[in-house]
Design a protein around this ligand. Structure first.
Ligand code: UD1
Ligand code: MG
Length: 456
């Protein structure tokens, strides 16, 4: 295989997005359009990736923040051929060069790999599709034998050429040693006064270089984003693809159209995901995990048999085997739940370890805490971990029982098997095995009379 350059064109303005954000930075499934093009590029293991940018200035290199990428600034933007010219100083002239668009996010690695092989063997690989409505695209002009001769842009095309349904997707792979010579011959003598990259096709034909049309497996691979409507369409297509892959892998989805994944979701056998769930970052589920409706789950690991009930929000947490979480639980970063824990409604947990079979079932905040095994934390328990300046830890040892409406003022330790009476404000350690409570003694005043209104 020849070495590989990849050039990603991303200098265009994106006028129809009506946005201050450069078009290629708009997110699809949580990742920028350019990020998707880069992922496709990365899959080929290229020697160089050069992104041609312009509109939006240095926002682009800053947002992508990958020091190994080459960035070529194109200013002003004089056409796709001019754009590729800006990349030339960064490219290896003895390598194959693959050209991608930063606003075409769903192109598949397999499609690109096939084109690369064609170019490695000395031909020019051109990705084309047949469209029912080819308006706006460059048309592929072939001779009587079906050989590709050239591309004519829509605005330059004759009536006869406009009737051609085969269009240029813009993606092409140029064989080693040819690109810079062809680009040097481009002219802007056309209706748009631009340097068209597409003019290199006719140059290849003139130089006796074979032009090989390649085709994507599906039309959506080559669709570009020019408007928010197209962005929304491609987002749905992408999500539909992910849902289909999960179904194929053996995951049950209550409704494949009501699932969103912005990152990676990995599932074991026999998992079930109810409607309207959003997964972000890296989420790993073991076998037989159930996720109820309307959950948001980000960067989490859910072990075998975990059940997440509806309206639960998880970010940066690990949930141990057969635990039952929710409804309406919030697990925040640093939460590590062991096996068979029960975490219930309106419970927030942050930066805390919770041991085997412990229960925090209602209305509690447990933060910066270490909770042992078989601990029962009553309703309305709060770890007061923050003194306004620093955070402190609460330790609750195995088999402790925390009465309802208790405040644990950290740093504080509840010993093994200790019981705290309801309503306790714990400011000193509670000894193991004992009952600790901090409550004013209850009194009843027998002679007390309720105040009555003065009668005038
Ligand atoms: C281009 C092709 C056309 C093809 C169509 C597919 C040319 C001359 N025409 O047309 O054959 O059917 O794409 O969508 O190549 N860009 C730059 N710098 C520039 C101009 C464009 O970086 O100076 C980038 C844009 O950001 C975009 C891509 O190149 O990602 C294509 O540009 P666009 O203006 O959309 O080209 P089209 O006229 O649609
Ligand atoms: Mg276009």
């Amino acid at each position: 295989m020849a070495a590989l350059n990849i050039v990603i064109l991303a200098a265009g303005k994106g006028t129809r997005m009506h946005s201050d954000l450069p078009k290629v930075l708009h997110p699809l499934a949580g990742k920028s359009l350019l990020g998707h093009a880069l992922t496709a590029a990365d899959s080929l293991g290229p020697d160089t990736i050069c992104v041609v940018y312009g509109h939006g200035g240095d926002v682009l290199p800053q947002a992508i923040a990958r020091p190994e990428l080459a960035w070529a600034k194109q200013e002003p933007q004089l056409g796709t051929g001019h754009a590729v010219q800006q990349a030339i100083p960064h490219l290896d002239s003895a390598a194959t060069t693959l050209i991608l668009y930063g606003d075409v996010p769903l192109i598949r690695a397999e499609t690109l790999a096939a084109m690369r092989l064609v170019a490695d063997e000395g031909a020019l690989a051109l990705l084309t599709v047949h469209l029912a409505n080819p308006a706006g695209y460059g048309r592929i002009v072939r001779d009587a034998n079906g050989q590709v001769l050239r591309i004519v842009e829509h605005k330059d095309a004759s009536a006869e050429e406009l009737a051609i349904a085969e269009v240029n997707t813009g993606i092409l792979a140029v064989p080693p040693g040819r690109l810079s010579g062809w680009l040097a011959q481009l002219s802007n003598q056309n209706i748009q006064g631009e340097y068209y990259l597409t003019d290199i096709i006719a140059m290849a034909v003139a130089d006796g270089v074979r032009v090989v049309p390649c085709h994507p497996g599906a039309e959506w691979e080559v669709l570009g984003v020019n408007s928010r409507a197209q962005l929304a369409e491609l987002e749905r297509r992408y999500q539909a693809n992910l849902a289909a892959a999960l179904l194929t892998a053996g995951v049950t989805l209550a409704d494949p159209a009501r699932l969103d994944i912005r990152g990676h979701l990995q599932c074991g056998r026999d998992c079930f995901i109810d409607i309207n769930c959003l997964f972000e970052g890296n989420v790993t589920m073991g076998n037989a995990v159930k996720v109820g409706a309307h959950c948001v789950i980000k960067n989490a690991t859910l072990a075998d048999g975990v059940e997440i009930q509806p309206f639960t929000h998880i970010d940066g947490a690990q949930v141990g085997e057969a635990s039952r979480i929710g409804p309406f639980t919030r697990l925040r970063p640093g939460t590590e739940l062991s096996a068979e824990t029960h975490i219930g409604n309106f419970v927030e947990i942050k930066n805390a370890q919770v041991g085997f079979n412990s229960k925090i079932n209602h209305l509690s905040y447990v933060g910066d805490a270490t909770v042992g095994c078989k601990v029962n934390i009553g309703a309305g328990t709060i770890t007061c971990n923050y003194d306004g300046a620093n955070k402190h830890r609460t330790v609750i040892e195995d088999e402790a029982f925390i009465g309802s409406d208790t405040q644990l003022v950290a740093p504080v330790t509840v010993g093994r098997g200790a019981t705290l009476g309801a309503g306790t404000t714990l400011t000193k350690d509670a000894p193991a095995g004992q009952l600790t409570l901090s409550r004013a003694k209850q009194v009843s005043l027998s002679g007390w009379k309720r105040p009555a209104k003065n009668v005038k």
